[in-house]
Design a binder for this molecule. Structure first.
Ligand SMILES: [Mn+2]
Length: 234
């Protein structure tokens, strides 16, 4: 079976609980739609688990875009006065990243030895911008946030990563007639007039699967792309 989950945000225990609920095995494929890192307590633990599974395919989120830049600055020896080595552009970048929850990622990352840090950074740098998947007779586009500046005839490869990870999507307008767009980025608790906040939201060929794992009372969700079935960590 093929599954998609999104916005794990360091919630390692919920991630393992959800894998157990879907009986995730070597014969399955799991797409992770970005924002693995930041906010929750154990983002690096989640990454290290993902790195051991070839059938887990990561797609980049806005938090990984910032992590790729920020973690690069933390590859060398970590000293108390490390911030003094940053130029003003780097300081601004780090401060923006910390504002959206980077502390847990930085905390775990800086405890690793330098080889492990390099491996983690290399892994995150390889996250795909999007994936197209067919399952159960349906076509899916898996992307973290939205398609900024969407034009029906523009090839997906012509959008930048930033076009795909930051924008708030408009669920009222479908992108495609024959492709379901599966996204995370916006917890379904924050979708206006959503009858089922905190659960998978479907409208107009959109499927929103970020159910706010890091939010109090939220959860991590998986959908099976073959059957449409939903699974929750709690
Ligand atoms: Mn996001």
């Amino acid at each position: 079976m093929i599954y998609a989950i999104s916005d794990i945000h360091g919630e390692y225990k919920q991630f393992l609980a959800l894998l157990q609920k879907i009986n995730f095995s070597e014969n399955d494929t799991l797409y992770v739609l970005g924002d693995v890192v930041d906010r929750g307590a154990e983002p690096v633990k989640v990454l290290r688990y993902m790195m051991t599974r070839k059938n887990i395919i990561p797609i980049i989120g806005n938090h990984e875009v910032l992590a790729c830049e920020g973690l690069k600055l933390l590859l060398g020896t970590i000293t108390r006065d490390i911030v003094n080595r940053f130029n003003s552009k780097e300081l601004e970048m780090m401060s923006n990243w910390i504002k959206i929850g980077a502390n847990s990622t930085i905390g775990e990352f800086t405890k690793l030895d330098s080889d492990e840090r390099r491996e983690i950074l290399e892994y995150i740098s390889g996250f795909a911008p999007y994936k197209k998947v067919s399952a159960g007779g349906k076509n899916y586009l898996l992307v973290h946030a939205a398609i900024k500046g969407f034009a029906p005839n523009k090839p997906l490869d012509e959008y930048s990563v930033d076009d795909l990870v930051w924008e708030r999507i408009n669920y009222a307008i479908p992108y495609f007639d024959d492709i379901y767009t599966v996204t995370g980025h916006t917890p379904t608790q924050k979708i206006l007039d959503n009858p089922r906040p905190g659960y998978v939201f479907r409208a107009n060929n959109h499927i929103a699967i970020d159910c706010g794992a890091y939010i109090k009372g939220g959860r991590l969700a998986a959908i099976c792309l073959d059957t449409g079935e939903e699974f929750y960590s709690r």
